[in-house]
Design a protein around this ligand. Structure first.
Ligand SMILES: Cc1cc2nc3c(=O)[nH]c(=O)nc-3n(C[C@H](O)[C@H](O)[C@H](O)COP(=O)(O)OP(=O)(O)OC[C@H]3O[C@@H](n4cnc5c(N)ncnc54)[C@H](O)[C@@H]3O)c2cc1C
Length: 393
């Protein structure tokens, strides 16, 4: 093997999507001398989940870690355009403070109120609306079968493409090296990961490795001998418009996993099918809108009975089958220099800032300095002890 075929870095990040790029940025911001490479096979990000996502950012969670990660991340996203200015070029992410609205049937009101109290205890602004209050605020809503809604007015959505590229450009400005290649294998020596092998044959040696390959992270982990229950699950997103004008809506979510929000003249969103077969499937099934999403949307907003769907696309959720929460941290019992930050199961874009900062703290300081993410560690996977959200997923 020639000199050219081997490169050495302090940190090698596998996957240069929104999470991997955030990790690279936070590492270099905190420790400018660190040498960091990011392995990303596709600079167009054709299949990356981030670019297919709907950009929602919310504080409506129940695990304290998720609430805190949202509070920090939303603040960063709101200020992203200026904070991530690179070489005089701002990093716009088109933040829209449209709010989130969780709605539930009467039998779930007590649980919603309990969740709201948790969020309020973290300083979140949350307003509870009874059916009349919902109707008052959103005249098109059918609130007849609802018991309550929780509105978080400071939530919203952004442009995921801008977020990903903002982190990538800033990380490169700070010294990150993006290598257009694909991770295919890992070399282990004693209790440590020693190197990774890329599709081109390039061998990268590093002190630490980060698995940030999203829906592909389970496959990456396997090559290190680590069993990670993170799998790809197809999810559709639809863009649709009403036939007659109606009010702008926050990001509306319910317990059936219907979720959509205003976008331009219309709406963007979908209804997550948790029973979708797992796998790398990007096929679009147009009947899903007609048979599943449209009826649900029209039930909640009868004006949308006459909605027209203009476009449906598919993307992958990186589902953590154990509990639907991210796996963040070091593989302490296996390879302590292998870090994982994946499995957000549909909320990875919004948590990219906090997740990147958390991993950087763990790598550079040996422990979390701001939000304690210990409970999201791989240890719960090894112990088969789920740590799940109690609200709407
Ligand atoms: C339809 C849809 C809607 C969504 N809506 C939201 C939302 O409203 N809010 C929200 O927060 N999240 C949302 N998500 C989830 C969000 O997109 C993901 O949680 C997030 O993008 C995860 O980021 P990531 O960087 O881990 O993964 P990705 O963005 O998928 O990036 C992973 C990268 O790893 C690379 N990679 C793969 N294999 C390898 C390899 N062998 N070697 C090197 N690199 C590799 C890929 O090319 C890719 O670029 C949605 C997802 C979908 C599909």
């Amino acid at each position: 093997m020639t000199q050219k075929d081997v490169q050495k870095y302090d940190v090698a990040i596998i996957g240069g999507g929104v999470i991997g790029s955030s990790v690279a940025y936070y590492l270099l911001q905190a420790s400018p001398g660190t040498s960091v490479c990011v392995i990303e096979p596709d600079p167009t990000y054709e299949f990356a989940s981030a670019l297919r996502s709907s950009g929602g950012c919310r504080v409506q969670f129940t695990c304290p870690e998720n609430i805190e990660m949202s509070l920090y991340s939303i603040e960063r996203i709101k200020n992203f355009e200026h904070e991530m200015t690179s070489k005089g070029r701002p990093a716009p992410v088109d933040w829209v403070e449209g709010g989130y609205l969780f709605v539930v049937e009467p039998e779930h009101v007590a649980a919603l109120e309990r969740n709201v109290r948790k969020q309020q205890a973290h300083g979140c602004v949350v307003e509870l609306l009874d059916p009349a209050g919902l109707k008052d605020r959103f005249p098109s809503i059918n609130s007849d079968d609802l018991g309550m809604g929780a509105l978080t007015p400071h939530d919203g959505w952004c442009d995921p493409n801008g977020l990903l590229w903002g982190y990538r450009r800033k990380a490169i400005e700070l010294g990150a090296v993006y290598i257009r290649d694909r991770f295919v294998d890992a070399e282990i020596e004693g209790p440590k990961a020693k190197a990774i092998i890329l599709e081109s044959g390039l061998r990268i040696e590093a002190e630490s490795f980060v698995n940030a390959a999203g829906a592909w992270s389970g496959l990456v982990a396997e090559r290190f001998g680590m069993s990670l229950p993170i799998v790809p699950m197809r999810r559709f997103e639809h863009y649709f418009t009403p036939a007659t004008p109606m009010e702008r809506l926050p990001y509306v979510k319910d317990l059936s996993r219907l979720a959509f929000r205003s976008e331009g003249e219309g709406f963007s969103g979908g209804l997550v099918n948790g029973n979708e077969p797992r796998g790398f499937n990007f096929d679009v099934d147009h009947s899903y809108w007609d048979e599943v999403v449209w009826p649900a949307v029209a039930h909640r907003f009868p004006t949308l009975e006459a909605a027209k769907c203009h476009r449906t696309w598919s993307g992958l959720y990186e589902v953590n089958e154990l509990d639907g929460n991210a796996v963040i941290g070091r593989w302490n019992s296996g390879l302590p220099n292998l870090y994982t930050v994946a499995g957000f199961s549909g909320h990875g874009m919004m948590h990219a800032p906090a997740a990147g900062r958390g991993i950087a703290e763990l790598m550079l300081k040996g422990s979390y300095q701001t939000i304690d993410l210990t409970r999201f560690g791989y240890e719960r996977v090894e112990a088969n002890e789920p740590y799940a959200e109690e609200g709407i997923l």
